[in-house]
Design a protein around this ligand. Structure first.
Ligand SMILES: [Zn+2]
Length: 594
């Protein structure tokens, strides 16, 4: 060894020491900062959820006002300039920080980006515009033949009427709200984009995609890939459904399906086409309490710990009794009130099949909360691996709870029940899986990317909307829909959960991937017909990756858990028996709409 090399070694050693000291200094600074942020974040999160919970379970003007105040305090903390500046500055030294710290700091900035108080006027203008849009949405009065009609009545008529003239009138009535909401949406597009740009995101769509660690183009490409793989199945379903509906309405078979033929106002789910798949009669002797306790038993049967005792005392699970003046939010949900062990669900459970599956679904959120509530996961990262994972896990349990062997094991279906497997699969595909993907990954994702990321001028909004409905969904409007309408704005999420809807598509993809893994690799049962109960190794497998919360990249997590990247492969295979059946049914029919 010569002197030169030796000196080189010494220099290197010294510089390493310096480097380590500097790293410690930034890591220490970040540690101190994050202790404070996590503690405040958790405290304000709790105050905010308590207020929102009260406003949702007992709707009064005072509770509404309380929830607005708590929401403002929570937002002011998350968006505070001191937080933004320190997180940004620390991230310029990311090479000297550990991975968990980097993820926490990035989460601080993503939370801040929704309401950065570096530009308080802009943030206030956005909140005011959103509040106004919500109040216009909630107070709008639909009319049919000059008579008031509620949104629920519209849905019921579309589910039951076979009179096409009446269906057309009802469908048109459902679109009356669009023009009323359009000016607010134009304004909100610009305000939301402005808010997103405040922290360096190109636009609001880009900010939402950043929660997945993705760009807008990557997100659109991913959704296009979902549809490309599913397209052969969709074309078969589309053909089968339009022949079925043409017969039902005594009409010639069209190329594209007229929108008012479908029960759902946006053609997002195609329900009511498969009569043999109704299970409600098997639940009529059960109680709502039995439904919820049975849903909780599902998790015990796969070896997961029970929900905290407070779940049963603090939740609001059943409809408000007749005569009680209290009003509660009708939407089922599950809440992680304090990011610790206060977990509650808001439902209105009744004894039917839909609530049976929904209760399994909502408790899935509760068990996911519990799994990642542990000291290794800081409160900032007590979240699903990506925004779609929560819904994906809840959905996989809902899917498992609807399978015949599980329903027989529970005694809901008799042991000798002969399921019409094709009918169940067909109903599942049409009413909750495949058309939904072309609506969410296609029409919704593309239209919102166009208006937010590509700044599509408002005088082209309706034409673009219907272009996408035709091209992606194979559905067309029954009448001419000019720019005096704004049919996209009739969808609630376009107004109040912007640039997020593809998350539902992703959740469905995750659902089938997780279910496929459980069925094939753990249970060794067919994915279309299996029973998770009595298999603690299923719970152990879920725990192994769900307990990580948001502490790791979701792509790595999914790959490690299932051995594959996010893909619609499992969904296609799930419905493979149906594909062959549909091809047989559709023999000789023109497929598609081009
Ligand atoms: Zn859910």
């Amino acid at each position: 060894m010569n002197y030169r090399t030796s000196l080189g070694f010494v220099t290197l050693f010294v510089s390493l020491v310096t480097c380590t000291q500097a790293a410690n200094q930034f890591q220490e600074r970040a540690d101190h900062f994050l202790v404070l942020v996590n503690a405040n974040y958790e405290a304000l999160y709790r105050v905010n959820s308590e207020a929102q919970w009260l406003a949702s379970t007992d709707v009064t003007p005072a509770h509404d006002a309380g929830s607005v105040v708590a929401g403002k305090a929570y937002a002011a903390f998350n968006g505070s300039p001191a937080l933004i500046n320190e997180a940004k500055d620390l991230l310029t030294h990311r090479a000297k920080l550990n991975e968990l710290t980097i993820r926490e700091l990035e989460r601080v900035l993503l939370n801040a980006a929704e309401g950065p108080m570096t530009n308080p006027d802009l943030v206030a203008a956005r909140i005011a515009a959103e509040t106004q849009q919500a109040s216009m949405m909630n107070s709008f009065g639909f009319k049919l033949n000059d008579q008031p009609i509620t949104a629920n009545q519209i849905d019921t008529k579309l589910e039951t009427s076979t009179d096409l003239a009446e269906r057309l009138a009802v469908w048109e009535a459902s679109k009356q709200i669009g023009p009323v909401l359009k000016p607010g949406l134009v304004k909100l597009r610009d305000l939301r984009n402005g808010v997103a740009r405040e922290l360096g995101h190109a636009d609001y769509f880009a900010l939402q995609a950043a929660s997945y660690g993705m760009t807008t183009d990557e997100m659109i490409k991913l959704n296009d890939d979902f549809m490309r793989v599913l397209r052969p199945l969709y074309l078969q379903l589309h053909t089968w459904a339009k022949y079925k509906m043409a017969a039902k309405y005594h009409q010639p078979v069209p190329k594209r399906i007229p929108a008012h033929w479908i029960n759902n106002r946006w053609a997002q789910e195609w329900t009511g086409l498969v009569e043999a798949a109704d299970l409600d009669e098997h639940f009529k002797d059960r109680t709502p309490e039995w439904i919820v306790r049975t849903a909780e038993q599902f998790y015990a049967d796969i070896g997961l710990n029970p929900l905290p005792a407070s779940f049963w005392t603090k939740s609001d699970l059943y409809p408000v009794p007749a005569g009680d003046p209290r009003k509660k939010n009708a939407h089922a949900s599950c809440w992680h009130i304090d990011l610790e062990n206060d977990i509650r669900s808001l439902m209105s459970v009744e004894a039917n099949s839909e609530w049976f599956f929904t209760a399994h679904h909502e408790l899935g959120h509760g068990h996911y909360f519990m799994l990642y509530t542990r000291p290794e996961v800081p409160p900032l990262l007590r979240n699903s691996a990506n925004p779609a994972f929560h819904e994906g896990f809840a959905e996989v349990i809902s899917l498992a709870s609807s399978q015949v062997p599980y329903l027989q094991y529970r005694g809901v279906l008799p042991a000798d029940f002969k399921a019409d497997a094709t009918a169940f699969l067909l109903n599942d595909a049409l009413s909750s899986s495949i058309p939904f993907m072309f609506w969410s990954s296609g029409t919704m994702a593309h239209w919102e990317a166009d208006i937010y990321a590509k700044n599509l001028p408002p005088d082209q909004w309706n034409a673009r909307w219907w272009q996408y409905v035709r091209d992606f969904q194979g559905v067309e409007s029954p009448t001419n829909r000019g720019e005096e309408w704004c049919d996209a704005a009739t969808k609630t999420h376009i107004n109040d959960a912007p640039c997020y809807y593809y998350s539902y598509a992703m959740a469905f993809v995750i659902k089938f991937q997780l279910h496929d893994y459980v069925a094939r690799h753990i249970l060794h049962q067919p994915p279309q017909s299996c029973n998770y109960a009595g298999h603690p190794e299923v719970g152990a497998w879920f725990k192994s990756f769900l307990e990580k919360g948001e502490t790791e990249d979701w792509r790595k997590l999914l790959r490690e858990a299932t051995g594959e990247d996010l893909s619609t492969r499992a969904m296609v295979e799930y419905f493979k028996p149906l594909q062959a059946w549909l091809e047989e049914q559709n023999r000789g029919r023109p497929i598609g709409w081009e």
